[in-house]
Design a protein around this ligand. Structure first.
Ligand code: ATP
Ligand code: MG
Length: 303
């Protein structure tokens, strides 16, 4: 009979094997220290965070990166709905010491994987120091399994969401051209800038009607953030208003798979290229990985 440790080792080997099948050899990093943690967030809700998280994960996976999405929108099931998969276990089971991290990872399409946060964040706050250390050690396995971890958060300025932003290596802030969405994005940038002006915020403008409109929104936000808040916001792309998105959502499938030639998918590929361009794995060297992320997250939440 296999003991627990042996089972775990085999599970890891299986995951590695599976991943290596679909990877282009060019993309395999030579030195890999820790996963790059990217938090996807927005000021206003419903602007496209979950769609961007999932389709970006697929685009990155197509480029040979191993991606895990963490669904940190604890209010509503998000990723599950768009993947059409309901995971049996969540991060909560790991926090409660009932399951290992490998047992709560679900397989998504195109070699992506995802983890449901469940009501894990609330539970994290109840742990004592030793329990936290134990939890962080168990989740640290993700640094070995993933090159990039995408954290899909809820919208808004709640303390928990701000903690997810402050703990991440990079932030992808999503807005639409709607004035309310832009104002809420600005409010979020302001909150972040009050805590750390060196935080890396990348901006994505979703649901635009034209490239001009995207540039307009980006330029405005970059300018006011620089002038009034003294923080750098990096324009990282746009996604056109595209009915491929709504159609795919209805079928609970990522649009990058159902509509690979659509405008939205091309836009996602452009964003993906920006993320992995030049500082792709450079960033990973500076990244403190999921271990650093969780440590920071917990300390911010407890502060
Ligand atoms: N580029 C787009 N073109 C057309 N429709 C879009 C586009 N992006 C998003 N949508 C629509 O907006 C809806 C909301 O998207 P999504 O669930 O990704 O937003 P969210 O920011 O994750 O929302 P929440 O804040 O509730 O988590 C989608 O179901 C889709 O109908
Ligand atoms: Mg969402």
């Amino acid at each position: 009979m296999m003991d627990q440790a042996e089972k775990l080792r085999q599970a890891i080997d299986n995951l590695k094997l599976k991943q290596s099948v679909n990877r282009s050899p060019m993309a395999i990093p030579q030195i890999k220290r820790a996963a790059r943690v990217i938090t996807v967030t927005s000021g206003k809700g419903g602007v496209g965070k979950t769609n961007i998280s999932i389709n970006l994960a697929i685009a990155l996976s197509e480029q040979g990166y191993r991606v895990v999405i963490l669904d940190a929108d604890f209010g509503l099931a998000n990723i599950d709905v768009l993947f059409g998969i309901v995971p049996k276990y969540t991060l909560l089971n790991v926090i409660r010491n009932e399951k290992s991290i490998l047992e709560i990872i679900s397989e998504g399409p195109m070699n992506t994987r995802f983890i449901s946060g469940g009501s894990g964040v609330e539970e994290l706050l109840k742990l004592d120091r030793q329990q936290i250390m134990k939890f962080v050690e168990s989740i640290a396995l993700l640094d070995k399994l993933a090159d990039i971890i995408i954290v899909d958060t809820g919208a808004g300025l709640s303390e928990n969401i701000i903690s997810f932003i402050m703990a991440a290596d990079e932030v992808l802030l999503v807005t639409t051209p709607e004035p309310t969405s832009i104002t809420d994005a600005y409010a979020l940038i302001k909150t972040v800038s009050n805590r750390d002006k060196s935080k890396r915020i990348r901006l994505i403008v979703n649901r635009v009607d034209s490239v001009d409109e995207a540039n307009d929104v980006s330029n405005k936000l970059v300018l006011v953030a620089d002038k009034f808040l003294g923080i750098k916001v990096e324009p990282t792309g746009y996604i056109m208003q595209d009915e491929a998105v709504t159609k795919a959502v209805k079928h609970q499938k990522p649009f990058a798979l159902t509509h690979p030639k659509s405008m939205a998918t091309r836009n996602i590929r452009d964003i993906c290229a920006k993320l992995i361009d030049k500082n792709g794995f450079e960033d990973a060297h500076h990244s403190s990985g999921i271990r650093g992320f969780m440590n920071k997250l917990i300390s911010f939440m407890k502060a």
